[in-house]
Design a protein around this ligand. Structure first.
Ligand SMILES: [Fe+2]
Length: 304
């Protein structure tokens, strides 16, 4: 009898936790703010809004409502690090929700989920890489090209294996980016080469923060790197935090502001900002101890 009571209590606690993670925390959107001392001395600060991993499906009205609030932050630059959609019909509601944000300077890269529609997966798949007999998908079935064309029509820089230059405020920004390393579409060799030391700031953009790719950005002189993909771990443990990043990045840097390389080194280091993202796969509609988020980074002059 006592065993039945324990099993019943565990079932109730499990159902309550799932309900909280899927209904409450998944829609409990956070705005995180950071100050990054990365500009030349005496430069005017600029605000950068970083969003990632929206994974939008047409029914996510609370998420769309949150997106509509972001233009009020008046960012000088918007950075999108991919996985914006998760449905063939998601582009019109995405663009409608971004609204006037699209009139601001922006830069974007794709993530794998902009190309491939979501599929049910074993939860264990998140903790390991594809085995030799597991099929990797090769034929995109989501309208990624239409998504990219929409961003570009708004004037945003397409940084998928490309470099560009952008004026933001009074600053001359050099920007380089790669397509998603998680599906091996990154072609760093196409953007390789030293950055321009006369630019006011050098920004690197990617979806998946693979350390080997970030090493190359740092070696070429990029000052500030943006990435998404990790979802911050998505389902985390109280106190312990992130369990898995789904890439080569360590758990400690799964979200927020850090550096790459992680530890002080003899060579150069860049600031790294990883977004825990706003969404989830429709087949894993939970977040626990890892609220969905966007970040507003205020870039200010370097210290010293
Ligand atoms: Fe994602």
């Amino acid at each position: 009898m006592r065993l039945y009571k324990l099993a019943g209590a565990a079932a109730v606690a499990g159902a309550a936790t799932f309900g909280y993670a899927s209904v409450i925390e998944r829609n409990w959107f956070a705005l995180r703010r950071f100050e990054v001392p990365v500009l030349p001395p005496a430069a005017e600060p600029i605000r950068v809004l970083h969003y990632s991993d929206i994974h939008l499906t047409p029914g996510r009205h609370r998420l769309m409502s949150f997106l509509r609030t972001l233009d009020a932050l008046e960012p000088d630059l918007v950075v999108c690090t991919g996985d914006s959609i998760a449905h063939k019909e998601a582009i019109p509601p995405l663009l409608d929700s971004l609204g006037p944000l699209l009139d601001r300077p922006g830069v974007f890269v794709f993530g794998s989920n902009d190309l491939y529609s979501p599929q049910p997966k074993s939860p264990s798949r998140y903790f390991r890489r594809l085995g030799p007999h597991e099929r990797r998908r090769h034929h995109p079935d989501l309208p990624w090209a239409e998504l990219g064309a929409s961003y570009e029509a708004a004037g945003w820089l397409n940084a998928n294996n490309q470099r560009g230059r952008m004026k933001v405020g009074n600053l001359d920004l050099e920007i380089g980016g790669v397509h998603d390393a998680h599906i091996r579409r990154d072609r760093y060799e196409r953007i390789a080469g030293s950055t321009d030391p006369t630019a006011d700031l050098r920004i690197g953009v990617m979806h998946s923060p693979e350390p080997a790719v970030m090493d190359r950005f740092v070696a070429d002189g990029y000052d500030l790197l943006f990435a998404g993909h990790t979802h911050g771990g998505q389902v985390c443990l109280p106190v312990f935090g992130t369990i898995v990043t789904n890439c080569g990045l360590d758990n400690r840097r799964a979200k927020g502001l850090s550096h790459h390389p992680d530890r002080p080194a003899a060579g150069p280091r860049a600031f790294l900002h990883v977004s825990a993202g706003l969404g989830t796969s429709p087949y894993a509609p939970v977040r626990f101890c890892c609220r969905p988020e966007v970040s507003l980074l205020t870039l200010v002059p370097r210290i010293g």
